[in-house]
Design a protein around this ligand. Structure first.
Ligand SMILES: C[S@@+](CC[C@H](N)C(=O)[O-])C[C@H]1O[C@@H](n2cnc3c(N)ncnc32)[C@H](O)[C@@H]1O
Length: 289
């Protein structure tokens, strides 16, 4: 199911309590930029990631959230002061509360964010799910983007993984390590010695670039391989996967290819057009699992 509109309104109106098994969200990052679809710059921003202080919106967010989340927002106000950073946190807080409401007790949430905001968002997720339900901070590592000469090149995004309870769905994943020589329980195939070891929390997956086959033209599109890994690890066949900032629909395509049901929400109707096309193409293609 695809829903068009502000996800706060849509989550409240359309999604029942404890009805979703897995949530992945890739909201704006507070990057201070507007993002345009490839070739569509004249049509205006595809989505805007610039945040300005709004005292009324901040007060409304504090009213709308749980006491623990309101405490986090007020603590952040003391820490970061009034401004775009706090406006961004106040935007996400009630949306994260809705995500917690719709998640089943066996469910998990993955919040994809930016290194400049992840520590604030982690406090919010602690307030919602409890520190005991923090599972991982995954580093999605890539090689694209700018470099700086005064810092190490920033080449990863944090993805904060929390579960709704201790009884969460999780299927361990493996990665293949290659060896030059036989080593402990190494096996051998036509490429040489290898072992399949449990996957770490650092994931090297190439970003979607101009020449990627999967590129839709939608800005900030995430790789299908990243989403397929999350869907496979944290849901079962037939489960419901929700992406409330679905953009070009990468999560939905991954869910469909893995035999899961999906719900996508986006405020930008052009994003949903791209997502619909990708989903139709994925249906026409042979199923992945
Ligand atoms: C970073 S992009 C998501 C990209 C997506 N993961 C993909 O692979 O294409 C963020 C998306 O959030 C949407 N968005 C921003 N604010 C929203 C809101 N309040 N409600 C629903 N969607 C929103 C934007 O239109 C944009 O498509």
């Amino acid at each position: 199911m695809l829903h068009h509109g502000d996800n706060l309104t849509q989550l409240r109106a359309q999604i029942a309590d404890a009805s979703v098994d897995l949530i992945y969200l890739d909201p704006p990052f507070n990057s201070g930029q507007a993002y345009y679809a490839t070739g569509l710059r004249d049509a205006g921003p595809r989505f805007d990631d610039r945040w300005a202080w709004d005292a009324t919106a901040f007060a409304a967010a504090c009213e709308a959230v749980s006491p623990a989340m309101a405490d986090v927002l007020r603590a952040l106000m003391r820490l970061v002061g009034e401004g775009g950073d706090l406006a961004y946190c106040a935007f996400l807080a009630p949306r994260l509360v809705e995500c917690a409401r719709v998640l089943r007790p066996t469910g998990s949430i993955y919040l994809h964010c930016d290194v400049r905001m992840s520590h604030y968002l982690r406090l919010m997720l602690d307030a919602l799910f409890g520190r005991a339900n923090f599972r991982n901070e995954i580093a999605w590592a890539y090689r694209t983007g700018g470099v700086g000469k005064r810092t190490f090149a920033r080449k990863h995004d944090p993805i904060l993984f929390y579960s709704a309870s201790a009884a969460y769905t999780f299927h361990p994943q493996y990665e293949r390590i290659r060896y030059r020589k036989p080593f402990f329980s190494a096996k051998r195939d036509e490429e040489g010695w290898y072992a399949d070891v449990l996957l770490r929390d650092v994931w090297e997956i190439p970003a979607v670039i101009n020449v990627s086959a999967e590129r839709s033209g939608y800005p900030t599109q995430k790789p299908l391989a990243l989403l397929e890994r999350i869907v496979t690890a944290s849901s079962n066949a037939g489960d419901v996967v929700l992406d409330p900032f679905c953009g070009s629909g990468t999560t939905l395509v991954a869910a469909q290819r893995c035999g899961r049901c999906w719900i996508g929400i986006d405020a930008n109707v052009d994003a949903l057009t791209v997502a619909e096309k990708r989903l139709a193409d994925a249906s026409a293609a042979p199923q992945h699992l």
